[in-house]
Unconditional design. Structure first.
Lengths: 509, 600, 98
């Protein structure tokens, strides 16, 4: 099979097209078609993992279609060692995300269409080997978010305060439209930076092609590298939640509906980190080495700042959202180490955090649907009516704080080892400290929500997980444990790419 | 795979299989009884494998290793998992599985009143614990030990929080996790430092002395958390919120001793770092004395035992600090037996009286003779009365400490030996002698499920000391009980302590300095310091940063949006919306352009 | 007719168109003035094509086609304006601004 990657990318698009032809009233058909599309992508992703030769490495399953020959733009699909786990992650998250959105009531057909388009964009980014198409898919993945949050999101009050309280006169901070607009604008500013850097590279390479392999073969001048790298770091970094361009994330995730939060925190933020590593660092090794201390220092800020901010939140979704900011810091820290272990850890953390945060948001969605509140102080004793939710939430917490036996541990440990081997060994200490602060806030949330005397009054009759809701906790929970106990499966893919990319860094181990 | 390796794998995997079964088959778990059967069967298999393993080894046999790559990327192996069987792990495996089995059998009776779901959940946690503990014990490298270490921490968290409806239990569980996790940061950093400098996590890794000191100090931070050393001990007394058998198994016999086990295991590394040894010596001695002082005035029988555990762990750590891994390990073994015995006997009393308070007990020796005898053996053994297990191991520690650090730790521990005898005597007098309280009057001995484990544990608590020499040969150390000045002093003090306790409490009096100690206990200075650090530093900082992020960082983004909108409004005046204005602008522009064209 | 005369005529037509566009208030009249301006430019195209060759005539045909389209759209808007306001004074039609 040479069209596996096309199937991965096209399945959601085809499903979306079929949805457009269906009447909106066919609620079951809409869901089944979405689920089939998502499952087909996941199955094809598994087949990709199966077909990828880990010993050989490099780009495999190449497909090439010329799109705009005069500009050298090709639809060139291929997958490398980093792409495989991220394809699997995306497949898992989208299938469980569709299952978790089974109960969407408002304009459900449109919702699923946008969701599938978004997912096609994400898949496209991970497999396109042409920078222009990469960017195109990147935008396809980012833009539907505006509608998904703006239409299906939830608003909440944020009282005006602080030195910039005058801004509240012009827009309602905390509203879903506000969150959607902020997210889109911040990410588009990032995209603008990426676009500039992209054409800079295209121009300098002089080969009239956006082919990543060709660009990789070009040693760009130091000036170009030093201009392009920060643009790519901040451009892609804004999607990865790099401080201080992370503030779209808490509001965006808190406002978004369940499946959108799952996809956004679980997969989309990884696009940013993937972009920084795959495009920024691999294409511009000399600048990356020089900028690495800055990238690492900001990542350290991300880890500690995100964790401490999460500890200060009272809204459950904000806690999870800030924890994403903190955990994406771990990814960026691993990237900044410029070591094989660090890079393996970074990519593994993308996978582990994606699954973990997907599980978190799915469970938060289940709790919110029943309790209609996200303020943890109002909850308590929910483990009595919701034992399964409590169990899976605890599992997500444990992976979040890096307990051995869960995927989170493998990822964080590899990043710490990489940091220790890298040029700035002190990064280990704030990294480890971040894991401790994570333990503080996740376990406190877990205790406040689930432990304590059985709830009374309005919360007395909450129903536990049922029907399609089981999909997300079971699949995601099992993935956390399986890949935590057996990390080798993913590491073999990741490592073959990390080692190959690192060979472009001659001065480093 | 060789037979010993296979047996070790069985010892680890049997409880793992039980735990997995109980997780994957919730229907079975919710039945309650099948969960207990699965868990106990697994423990039995584990104990059988451990015994076969231990008896099949002859002393001095080289270690058997069987490992497979675990954390492997491509061709680079970062860490392996597997089993490492030598005298230490074989002996430890027997102790752990034996105590675990006793505790689980005891639990069947103790937890009978629990709802079915809870009953099943309890045994599922127990299976998880035993798996993790065995994983830790047979670890072939530091990383696998850390994995087991964290997983026993998880089991501890779940079991302390077993009665999660009780806010105090929930708090205690989270606190235990936080405190140990705080300390575990040391191990994590230590692991990284060790790996970066030596490229492996093996027990035989030999880094440079400076690195060894750093690594061992970091590892010892983790030990302080897990083995409840001052000032990280505050979680252990709170952990008594868990069911009493759990306290016996995790928070007395096995899990808290994991820290000691780590140091014994990593002894080659610790030998390279004399500085760490000094730190351990002092921390251990101070913990032992401090915790014994607090144990004197506790009114809750479990709290007395908890502080006593802290104190005894202090002995072990001090022994390790003095460089005698065997003394620490020997005391670990005897302590596991008699402290589990004491906790289970206390559990039996609590089960009968329905209270933890010593004041609610009294005169139980008539109502519960077997328990009284068992508890008495435990008391005498812990106090270090000559001939019983505790005597030998404690005296070995004291002998090892002779002359170290200006005799101060030695003196402290000797004093602690007296205090130990005194507070244990106090508990025995208050609970079993004297006139029964209202509740204690109706107490009665429970069935065989509860008394059986007491009998099984009482035997080694009494006689294990005589096998010290054999154990030493088995683990490759040497030990010859000798009766010099230190043992004489210690046993005199122990007997004096018990006599003093009987004299004081037998007549319903109170020691003179009890009030001062009680004030110290109530003040809970260390606990308060941690609370202050948590609520005033961590939570305060997080609150401030949360506000800062929302209103300053995000505020800046909002201000940018605001400025853009305002600028737009300012420019908007030009757009009048009248067609003729636009037409005029077009014409004017055209005229200007043509003028420019004509003039240039 | 000489080229100069043609250009002169076109300029005159164009100036009339501009004047009308700026002074008239009725949308229909403004539209007619725009037509005058367009025709002036068409005249220039044709004149140059006649005297100097080149593709001017084709461009004039294009311009005519576009003019037709523009008139169709313009008149539709005017019609809507009339229905809404009862007259076609363009100054009143500034709702889109708000």
């Amino acid at each position: 099979m040479t069209h596996l990657l096309s199937i991965v990318v096209a399945a959601p698009v085809v499903a979306a097209a079929i949805l457009l032809c269906l009447p909106g009233s066919a609620r079951v058909a809409v869901r089944v078609v979405s689920l089939l599309g998502a499952t087909l992508s996941l199955a094809a992703s598994v087949a990709v993992a199966w077909a990828y030769d880990r010993a050989a490495g490099g780009l495999q399953l190449v497909e090439d279609y010329a799109l705009v020959p005069p500009l050298g733009i090709h639809l060139r699909l291929a997958v490398d060692g980093w792409g495989v786990p991220l394809l699997l992650l995306t497949g898992i998250i989208v299938v469980t995300g569709v299952l978790a959105s089974w109960s969407v009531a408002k304009r459900d057909k449109d919702f699923f269409v946008l969701l599938l388009v978004l997912v096609a964009g994400v898949f496209g980014v991970f497999v396109s080997q042409d920078l222009f198409v990469f960017f195109l898919f990147y935008e396809i993945a980012v833009l539907p978010m505006y509608l998904l949050i703006g239409i299906w999101g939830a608003s909440h009050e944020v009282p005006a305060a602080g030195p910039f309280r005058f801004a509240w006169r012009r827009f309602a901070v905390g509203g879903k439209e506000y969150a959607a607009m902020k997210l889109t604008l911040m990410l588009l500013v990032g995209s603008a930076a990426i676009l500039v850097a992209m054409f800079l590279l295209w121009n300098e390479a002089g080969a009239r092609t956006f082919d990543l392999a060709v660009l990789e073969g070009t040693r760009f001048s130091l000036t170009t590298q030093h201009v392009a790298f920060p643009l790519l770091w901040l451009g892609f970094g804004s999607l990865a939640g790099v401080f201080p361009f992370h503030t779209w994330s808490p509001d965006g995730h808190a406002s978004a509906p369940t499946a959108v939060s799952m996809l956004h925190a679980g997969v989309l933020m990884k696009l940013g980190a993937f972009g920084v590593m795959r495009v920024g660092m691999v294409l511009l090794p000399d600048a990356a080495v020089v900028w690495a201390p800055a990238v690492g220092a900001v990542a350290v800020i991300n880890i500690l700042y995100g964790a401490l901010c999460a500890a200060g939140q009272t809204d459950l979704k904000y806690i999870v959202a800030y924890s994403s900011v903190s955990h994406m810091g771990v990814v960026m820290l691993g990237a900044a180490t410029m070591t094989a272990n660090g890079w393996n850890g970074a990519v593994f953390q993308m996978f582990a955090h994606g699954i973990m945060t997907g599980l978190f948001f799915a469970l938060v969605g289940i709790v919110y649907e029943r309790a209609h509140t996200r303020t943890i102080a109002r909850m308590g004793g929910f483990a009595h009516p919701l034992p399964a939710v409590a169990a899976f939430f605890t599992l997500a917490c444990l992976s979040s704080l890096g307990l051995p036996g869960t995927a989170g541990f493998v990822a964080e440990f590899l990043v710490f080892v990489g940091a220790g081997q890298g040029a700035h060994a002190w990064w280990v200490v704030p990294g480890v400290l971040g894991a401790f602060v994570t333990a503080v806030y996740v376990l406190r949330a877990c205790k406040t929500i689930f432990w304590g005397p059985p709830p009374t009054g309005e919360f007395a009759e909450l129903a536990d997980v049922r029907g399609t809701e089981w999909g997300a906790p079971l699949v995601l929970g099992a993935s956390l444990v399986v890949f935590g106990v057996w990390p080798r499966f993913l590491l073999d893919y990741i490592d073959v790419a990390s080692v190959a990319f690192l060979s472009r860094f001659p001065a480093l181990p | 795979m060789t037979t010993p390796a296979l047996l070790a794998v069985i010892a680890v995997c049997a409880p793992a299989a039980a735990a997995l079964l109980l997780v994957l088959a919730p229907a079975l778990r919710r039945q309650g009884a099948p969960a207990a059967v699965a868990c106990i069967a697994a423990s039995l298999a584990s104990l059988g494998a451990a015994l076969a393993l231990a008896l099949g080894r002859s002393p001095g046999e080289p270690a058997v290793r069987h490992v497979v790559p675990w954390l492997q990327a491509g061709s680079r192996t970062i860490a392996e998992v597997g089993v490492h069987v030598d005298g230490i792990s074989a002996a430890m495996l027997v102790v752990v599985t034996l105590v675990a089995l006793c505790v689980q059998v005891f639990s069947v009776a103790y937890m009978r009143g629990e709802a079915r779901r809870g009953f099943g959940r309890y045994f599922a946690y127990h299976a998880l614990f035993l798996f993790s503990m065995n994983l830790l014990v047979v670890a072939p490298n530091l990383l696998q030990l850390f994995v087991g270490w964290e997983l026993v921490g998880l089991a501890s968290y779940l079991l302390i929080g077993f009665y999660f409806a009780k806010p105090s239990a929930a708090r205690a569980a989270v606190k235990a996790f936080w405190m140990t996790k705080l300390a575990d940061m040391g191990i994590l950093v230590g692991l990284v430092v060790l790996f970066v400098s030596t490229g492996s996590f093996e027990w035989t890794a030999t880094p440079e002395p400076a690195v060894a000191t750093a690594v061992t100090l970091l590892l010892f931070l983790g030990v302080m958390g897990k083995s409840a050393q001052f000032p990280l001990h505050v979680w252990l007394p709170d952990a008594m919120e868990g069911p009493t058998p759990v306290s016996a198994l995790l928070h007395a016999a096995t899990m808290v001793a994991a820290g000691v086990f780590l140091v014994v295991r990593a002894h080659p590394l610790f030998e390279l770092a004399p500085t760490t040894g000094d730190v351990m010596l002092w921390v251990g001695a101070v913990t032992a004395a401090f915790a014994a002082g607090l144990a004197l005035v506790q009114t809750d029988i479990k709290k007395v035992l908890a502080y006593s555990t802290c104190s005894q762990l202090g002995y072990m750590v001090a022994a390790l600090g003095a460089g005698s891994a065997f003394a620490g390990f020997f005391h670990l073994g005897t302590h596991a037996c008699f402290k589990a015995l004491l906790f289970l006997a206390a559990g039996s009393v609590i089960h009968a009286v329905h209270s933890n308070e010593l004041a609610e007990m009294g005169g139980l020796r008539r109502r519960m003779p077997l328990t009284a005898v068992a508890f008495g053996i435990g008391v005498l053994s812990l106090a270090g009365v000559p001939g019983l297990a505790g005597f030998f191991s404690k005296d070995l520690i004291l002998t090892e400490l002779e002359g170290r650090a200006g005799w101060v730790p030695w003196a402290l521990l000797l004093l602690t030996a007296f205090a130990t005898a005194f507070y244990m005597g106090r508990v025995f007098v208050l609970a079993f002698l004297g006139a029964p309280s209202a509740r204690a009057g109706h107490a009665h001995e429970a069935g065989l499920a509860m008394t059986g484990p007491l009998i099984v544990l009482a035997v080694p608590s009494a006689v294990a000391g005589f096998f010290g020499g054999g154990l030493a040969a088995y683990v490759g150390a040497s030990y010859e009980p000798h009766f010099g000045l230190t043992p004489l002093l210690a046993s005199t003090l122990a007997l004096a302590g018990i006599v003093a306790a009987v004299l004081v409490y037998g007549r319903g009096r109170e020691v003179a300095f009890a009030d001062a100690l009680r004030r110290l206990d109530r003040a809970g200075a260390v606990d308060r310091a941690w609370k202050l650090l948590y609520s005033s530093a961590l939570l305060w900082l997080s609150g401030v940063l949360g506000w800062f992020d929302r209103y300053v960082i995000d505020g800046l983004m909002n201000a940018t949006g605001f400025a853009t909108l305002e600028a737009g409004s300012a420019v908007r005046v030009v757009q009048t919306g009248r067609v003729r204005d636009y037409a005029l602008a077009v014409v004017a522009g055209a005229i200007l352009l043509s003028l420019w064209g004509v003039l240039s | 007719m000489t080229l100069e005369n043609c250009i002169l005529l076109a300029t005159l037509l164009f100036a009339i168109g501009v004047y009308g566009l700026l002074t008239r208030r009725q949308a229909v009249a403004m539209l007619l003035c725009v037509e005058l301006m367009l025709n002036a430019s068409n005249l220039v195209f044709v004149a140059f094509a006649r005297h100097a060759g080149g593709p001017g005539q084709i461009l004039a045909m294009f311009a005519l086609a576009i003019t037709v389209a523009e008139v169709a759209v313009g008149l539709a808007i005017v019609l809507l304006l009339y229905r809404r306001h009862g007259h076609t004074a363009v100054d009143a039609a500034s709702e889109a601004r708000e």
